[in-house]
Design a protein around this ligand. Structure first.
Ligand SMILES: NC(=O)c1ccc[n+]([C@@H]2O[C@H](COP(=O)([O-])OP(=O)(O)OC[C@H]3O[C@@H](n4cnc5c(N)ncnc54)[C@H](O)[C@@H]3O)[C@@H](O)[C@H]2O)c1
Length: 430
């Protein structure tokens, strides 16, 4: 089938590359001409494992092309995916500006029946909204269906997630559209949940908000563990064996971040409020999350008590491993919380430093060798659980540091091993 993705960011690129890989003919478009020019030469603007190769293979096989001509992208496709950003607006709701612009553009070039797919995370009612914007901007009557098909991929494992989804959700009351979407995704052999558009839109928000709730829950438990002398990792393990609870998303740390959980939780609170419901539980989840970052910074400062002009080494900046995405990363709150005058901060992240530079205080210096980050340091702050950190030569790190104190805010290192080497180890909730 002929597919166009409008918006070539994390979701657009992965969706386009994966659909091409399962045999469809895909055009990825974007208004950012520089981005498209780079993509046309095979360079991808983000770090996402496996994506560059997948794009290269499918471009070479002629199934995937990129273009800055959005109108032509609309004309050439049977199915058009809207994959533009929906950031928070000033009230916490989803800013639908980019989606509306795309809907207008689609109306301008709609020449025959097409399916327009809301893949961006959009509030309940957006399927109707996009259909309305298209209808109002059509010059001649045309047949089309707007449907909801939220995306559940995780940055860092996006290709794998897209190719092996737990489920595919399609929200529409059009049998024709549902049938074509089932055909589009058939090679993935995944459970298909076909429902109404409002429920599909809600499934996405409810899923993200539930996961955010799990993270704040375990962080709250971690803080109590700290006070009572329990180990949150043991607690999470013991809880996780219960099938009703499960092991996933019970990792205590500096709070959730990224481009989805904070934004989608804010949007859910706003949607509820707009409809007269105070989502107290989710407000609590957000408060715990904001407080967790403050608690982490406070603890880090207490580990530096009495040290004049301290040097801090930082391992990891991205909101999670295997991505360069800095949107709402905990580092953006924790680092400013420890960046006191006179202190030196040396940060290392395998891929996110370039994005972090634009967002963190000027005081932060970036190094491309983890051992440089810890030279003469009084504290090492681990903010992202990149796998490579576990395999470093920790004996060498101990020798390089002035005070061998590690604050492992992701509980990703082995405390026993580090203590044996002579480190003072501080985790979260243990
Ligand atoms: N990033 C994730 O992990 C993830 C996962 C699931 C769902 N989502 C949702 O998917 C959506 C996209 O997220 P993202 O992270 O890919 O965003 P992104 O910011 O990485 O990409 C958005 C792209 O859209 C382009 N764009 C904006 N306006 C345009 C227009 N009028 N015409 C053409 N292109 C335009 C931008 O230039 C940009 O390249 C959001 O709603 C997000 O909530 C994201």
């Amino acid at each position: 089938m002929k597919v166009t993705t409008i918006g070539s960011g994390y979701v657009g690129l992965v969706t386009g590359a994966c659909l091409a890989h399962i045999g469809h003919e895909v055009t990825g478009v974007d208004i950012d001409e520089a981005k498209i020019a780079r993509l046309q030469t095979g360079k991808i603007p983000i770090f996402e494992p496996g994506l560059e190769d997948l794009i290269a293979v499918n471009m070479a096989d002629g199934r995937l092309t990129f273009s800055a001509d959005v109108a032509e992208g609309v004309r050439s496709a049977d199915i058009i995916f809207i994959t533009v950003g929906t950031p928070s607006d000033e009230n916490g709701g989803a800013d639908m500006r980019y989606v509306k612009v795309v809907a207008k553009t689609i109306a301008g070039s709609l020449d025959r029946y097409k399916i327009i797919v809301n893949k961006s995370t959009v509030p309940v009612g957006s399927t109707i909204l996009v259909a309305k914007v298209i209808q109002e901007n059509l010059s001649d009557p045309r047949e089309f269906d707007v449907i909801s098909n939220p995306e559940f991929l995780r940055e860092g494992s996006a290709v794998e997630d897209f190719m092996h989804p737990d489920r595919i959700v399609v929200g529409t009351d059009s049998q024709r559209a549902a049938g074509l979407m089932a055909e589009l995704y058939r090679p993935l052999n995944a459970p298909l949940v076909i429902t109404d558009a409002a429920s599909a839109e809600m499934i996405k928000y409810a899923s993200n908000c539930f996961l955010a709730t799990k993270v704040s829950f375990i962080n709250a438990i971690a803080n109590i563990c700290d006070a009572v002398g329990a180990d949150v990792k043991e607690v999470a393990l013991g809880m996780g064996y219960d099938k009703r609870i499960g092991f996933e998303f019970l990792r205590a740390g500096p709070g959730f971040g990224g481009s989805c959980f904070p934004k989608d939780s804010r949007a859910m609170i706003y949607i509820a409020k707009e409809h007269g419901y105070d989502f107290e539980l989710l407000r609590g989840v957000m408060d715990i999350n904001a407080n967790q970052k403050r608690l982490i910074a406070k603890k880090a400062n207490s580990l530096l008590d009495g040290i004049y002009n301290a040097r801090i080494g930082v391992f990891g900046l991205a909101f999670k491993p295997n991505t360069d995405d800095m949107r709402d990363a905990p580092a953006l709150d924790v680092i400013p919380g420890v960046a006191k005058r006179g202190r030196t901060i040396l940060a290392y992240d395998p891929v996110a430093a370039a994005n972090a530079k634009e967002l963190l205080p000027e005081q932060v210096q970036y190094v491309d060798d983890p051992f440089e980050a810890v030279r003469d340091a009084d504290l090492l702050l681990v903010l992202t659980e990149w796998d490579e950190f576990r395999w470093l030569d920790w004996r060498r790190i101990k020798d390089l540091m002035k005070n061998a104190v590690v604050y492992d805010t992701r509980n990703c290192l082995d405390p026993q091993n580090l203590r044996r080497l002579g480190f003072v180890y501080q985790g979260v909730g243990r």
